[in-house]
Design a protein around this ligand. Structure first.
Ligand SMILES: NC(=O)c1ccc[n+]([C@@H]2O[C@H](COP(=O)([O-])OP(=O)(O)OC[C@H]3O[C@@H](n4cnc5c(N)ncnc54)[C@H](OP(=O)(O)O)[C@@H]3O)[C@@H](O)[C@H]2O)c1
Length: 354
């Protein structure tokens, strides 16, 4: 019997959770919820984009996919919140493992109603400034917003920044590689093979989204930069990040199949950029940057061998924080910044920290 099932008991649990999203990250979290580490939690509901399944006395995480497949009702959050309420738990938590903007817009409302929210979904905190402000106002009420999974898949970036700020330190500049797929692509790219061939490898290895334009557009990196910058006190609007997309203009509006057939059109411009960098003894990296005046940019940059990003490997992320007290050399946080297991662990860690 797994840990969550063993904890099924008539008395109120200390923490009850519902899970939105049973995709790659959601499934990894269901596995973790079945381990002893999650023994103090009661899972009372789960949903995908089409339906939900609830049981206030507690669900076995392993049964969720089957239960969802058999569920009949259309998608509605009310039964999920009602199941949380019915437990009488001291802590009621909505875990958002979707990328759905509609669900993200509800985060502030759930916090206001006293539900803690733990999320991998960046759409609210990394979206319009108005949404960020609503989140800040709602969090002041006592319910907690667990956001470790939104940046660096749980690398201790946001928690470190919060700790520094509590000590009176402040972020001056930020620079880094915030995308596992773009990190891998430019760590590999040495001009010997076309960029499109590497991109094909990255897709097969599961490092990119099924439509790699989600990675190549830079929008996901921009959302992460916005989240960190806002945590650091820069009230940046979503239109204030300059984003260099690696997708050539004519390929942006094609359907996925047509785009994949024309991947070769990425090669020539990137080969030219690579050759220019190489002639100066440099390499290309897709960097996110925030300067002291709050200017934010994500895009391709030539970096020399002494730059920390030039020494990255695999799908590692890197966050270099220069602050008033980490001034002569930056505080660098580096490590795997994508992957379902570590992202799910970041979600579980935020729930257990409540
Ligand atoms: N994968 C990673 O390594 C990673 C790392 C860090 C952060 N993240 C973030 O984690 C989130 C999930 O990523 P993923 O890779 O697991 O995506 P995914 O495999 O595409 O799964 C998304 C899940 O969300 C469900 N969903 C969509 N709209 C919903 C709604 N309104 N209510 C309930 N469920 C809904 C989908 O339902 P259906 O099954 O019905 O389609 C699917 O189960 C994203 O925000 C992503 O940016 C992912």
């Amino acid at each position: 019997m797994n840990a969550v099932a063993a904890s099924l008991a008539p008395e109120a649990p200390r923490t009850a959770v519902v899970l939105l999203g049973t995709g790659v990250v959601g499934r990894a979290l269901l596995t973790l919820l079945g381990t002893p580490a999650a023994g103090s939690l009661r899972l009372v509901g789960a949903a995908n984009s089409r339906r939900q399944h609830v049981f206030a006395d507690g669900l076995r995480p392993a049964d969720v996919p089957d239960a969802l497949a058999k569920a009949r009702d259309g998608r509605d959050n009310a039964p999920l919140l009602a199941a949380l309420d019915a437990t009488g738990a001291g802590r009621k938590v909505v875990i958002d493992a979707t990328a759905c903007t509609k669900e993200a817009t509800r985060h502030a409302e759930w916090l206001e109603r006293g539900y803690h929210v733990v999320t991998a979904n960046k759409a609210l905190a990394g979206g319009h400034l108005q949404g960020w402000r609503a989140l800040q106002a709602a969090s002041a009420g006592g319910a907690v917003y667990g956001d470790a999974a939104t940046v660096g898949a749980g690398l201790p970036v946001l928690s470190t920044l919060r700790r520094l700020r509590r000590c009176g330190d402040s972020l001056l500049t930020l620079e880094g590689v915030f995308s596992g797929s773009l990190s891998w692509l430019f760590n590999q790219y040495d001009g010997s093979r076309p960029f499109s061939a590497l991109l094909g490898d990255a897709r097969r290895l599961g490092f990119t989204e099924p439509d790699p334009r989600s990675d190549l557009s830079g929008e996901d990196v921009a959302r992460k930069l916005l989240i960190i910058a806002r945590h650091a006190g820069f009230a940046l609007g979503s239109d204030e990040v300059e984003v260099e997309s690696l997708v050539p203009e004519p390929l942006r509006d094609l359907d996925t199949k047509a785009f994949l057939e024309r991947l070769g059109e990425l090669d020539e411009p990137l080969a030219r950029r690579h050759a220019e960098a190489k002639a100066k003894g440099k390499v290309l990296r897709y960097l996110a940057r925030l300067n002291q005046r709050g200017r934010a940019r994500v895009g391709l940059v030539e970096v020399g061998p002494d730059h920390p990003a030039s020494r990255l490997s695999g799908t590692d992320n890197q966050f270099a924080l220069t602050t008033t007290r980490y001034h002569s050399t930056p505080l660098v946080i580096q490590g795997p910044g994508a992957g379902p297991e570590i992202t799910a662990q970041a979600l579980l860690g935020d729930v257990l920290a409540l």
